[in-house]
Design a binder for this molecule. Structure first.
Ligand SMILES: C[S@@+](CC[C@H](N)C(=O)[O-])C[C@H]1O[C@@H](n2cnc3c(N)ncnc32)[C@H](O)[C@@H]1O
Length: 453
């Protein structure tokens, strides 16, 4: 049967629910249309952007009547800015929707019927929760500007005056850097022509220490006055560390080698009473306040009593493992980024923790070696990237036959697929699962799962 709609067609649709990822779901005589910017209960006018055999995609161009769950978005840049998707959806509905996404994933993709799902933990702060922001420079007619990508556009930047996801300090540093770029008459890099100079600005904050790290990313060559840049940034007493990176490639990456221009090479953050050193390229959960709660849930699920050998796989800068060390015999961390492992080792020293060890390596490649060195684990904590336990990692994890796995996931669909394989192939069953909202107004949802065999 041919799809009943065509590209660019205008439709009037009523939104029933939100699909995983955040698009509204509407039905046209049973044919599903995913509507970007449509919220449950809305009737919208929408333009069809893509047609496939079983469904279409559309963009809401006008809200004809609002659902009851719509609220006023506080940010002046919403909805043009790509940073937030749901500022106009009541927060209670946001978290209920995220809990439902996790439930749906685990039921449909993992085939779990009797689901031990616990209520979602809402975020402690709905705004100002991020400790890291990444901005892009773009050239306007009257000079460079600095902001975030427009919603759905990788090639267009929206000038931001106040972002509600960061702090007053973060906003002030970004705005000052925009003024600096204009004063210095430095051109922004153009992604189409690959000309121009200024590319990105990264700001990281130790939210519990009041320290800030700034990383400027430019095209080739030192075309700015170092002293002046340092003078401008040190107007903020919180700025402790200023780095510069050069990106001469076409891809918009920021994970680059850095040169320290001024100050300490790292800043510190405090989570759950422990101090962590944060370097430009090291991974740290971007919501400090909720990371503390996420780790507390992981610790509770691990159920340690002091005698256990614990593996902390995908350990980043060691945060989860170090937070469990006091309750375990030994903790062994594996992480692919050498910079993060260096931070993890520093962090164990910073906190005078003596029963942890961290190694650089790919989880799928090094688990057998780790087992020979560390002995069999009693508890394995895994916290993989969005792709989940890709490649050999799941097989090697299953072969460890650990009695208990604590799976910290940032993607319920890959979590569900991995739970199914760990169940079918290695005899694990899901004992507890708790979703956590770390990122209000975005479609992201975290979930901690406890598996036993
Ligand atoms: C979601 S983060 C978790 C970090 C840490 N557990 C935390 O809470 O801050 C995932 C980490 O996995 C690392 N990683 C990605 N692929 C990996 C692999 N194949 N082997 C080991 N680590 C990997 C990334 O560098 C990143 O630090």
């Amino acid at each position: 049967m041919a799809a009943p709609v065509q590209r660019d067609q205008e439709l009037e649709l009523t939104i029933d629910s939100l699909a995983y990822g955040g698009n509204g779901v509407a039905r046209l005589d049973g044919f599903v249309v995913f509507v970007r910017r449509g919220l449950p209960g809305d009737t919208v006018r929408a333009r069809v952007t893509k047609v496939q055999r079983r469904h279409a995609e559309a963009l809401a161009t006008e809200v004809l009547s609002s659902g009851q769950q719509r609220v006023e978005a506080p940010c002046a840049h919403y909805p043009a800015c790509g940073g937030c998707r749901f500022q106009d959806l009541d927060y209670d509905v946001q978290v209920a929707t995220k809990e439902q996404w996790v439930r749906d994933s685990l039921q449909r993709l993992a085939g779990l019927t009797d689901l031990p799902l616990e209520p979602i933990l809402p975020a402690a702060s709905q705004f100002g929760y991020r400790n890291k922001m990444e901005y892009s420079f773009a050239e306007l007619e009257d000079g460079p500007t600095l902001g975030l990508h427009k919603a759905g556009r990788w090639d267009e930047v929206l000038e931001i005056q106040k972002c509600w996801l960061t702090t007053d300090l973060g906003n002030a540093i970004r705005n000052r850097m925009r003024d600096w770029a204009r004063e210095e008459k430095l051109p922004a890099y153009d992604q189409e022509t690959h000309e121009g100079y200024l590319r990105h600005l990264l700001i990281r904050e130790g939210r519990n220490t009041g320290q800030a790290l700034v990383q400027l990313v430019t095209n080739r060559g030192e075309r700015f006055d170092r002293e002046r840049l340092i003078e401008v940034l040190t107007e903020f007493p919180e700025v402790r560390s200023i780095h510069w990176s050069v990106n001469t490639g076409v891809s918009e990456v920021t994970n680059l080698p850095t040169e320290l221009l001024w100050g300490e090479d790292a800043i510190e953050e405090e989570i759950g009473g422990l101090r962590y050193r944060v370097r430009p390229n090291a991974f740290i959960q971007t919501n400090t306040e909720m990371a503390e709660q996420l780790y507390a849930i992981a610790r509770e699920f691990a159920g340690l009593s002091g005698g256990e050998t614990v593996y902390d796989l995908y350990c980043g800068i060691g945060t989860i493992g170090l937070s469990m060390a006091a309750d375990a015999l030994t903790v062994w961390g594996i992480e692919i980024s050498e910079e993060s492992v260096a931070c993890a080792i520093e962090n164990q020293e910073l906190n005078a923790i003596g029963n942890t060890a961290f190694f650089a390596g790919n989880v799928g490649e090094v688990l057998r070696e780790l087992r020979e060195r560390a002995g069999a684990p009693d508890v394995v904590v895994v916290d993989p990237p969005r792709a989940g336990l890709a490649g050999k990692a799941l097989k090697r994890l299953g072969e460890l036959e650990a009695p208990r796995i604590v799976y910290v996931s940032c993607n319920p669909t890959t979590l569900a697929g991995d739970l199914k394989r760990l169940g079918d192939d290695y005899g694990y069953r899901l004992v507890r699962a708790k979703p956590v909202d770390m990122f209000p107004h975005t479609p992201h949802v975290e979930c901690v799962a406890l598996l036993e065999r």
